[in-house]
Design a protein. Sequence first.
Length: 159
Amino acid sequence: MTRLLGVDLGERRIGLAIAEDAGGARPLTTLSRARTANADAEAIGSVVMEHRIDEIIVGLPLEASGVEGDQARLTRAWVDAVAGTVGRRMSYRDERLTSHLAEQRLGPMPRGRSGGPPTAHQRAAYRARVDREAAAIILQDELDARSGAAGRATTGSTS
């Protein structure tokens, strides 16, 4: 059984989700981005070892048209920088609209005391939850694509 780690890479945070190839993806944790890719790699490496991860799926932020823009290039450069340290196969999954879907799943940001605006802590906690949920969506999309491909291969074969 393969254990997968989903990654939603942001400028400030890294949302993580986990799944076994036969099960569903679930949010795991949110890491703060470090100042260097090496420090990010060490943090990801710790999660990989703790959870016995076999493969990492990284969300690739394509533009609405489907082309790779600046954010996708930055993501690929980050993966190139951390891959050697992490020591696991890393692949990409289109992440368009995952943060939006995550926000829909989680509902609105909680209000502050007495119905006022949320506190800075509440905003940060909500954004971290969105990042974890987005990572779970990315990972579930990958699992669904793999199970669909396996189903097509099975149904398409003849004896």
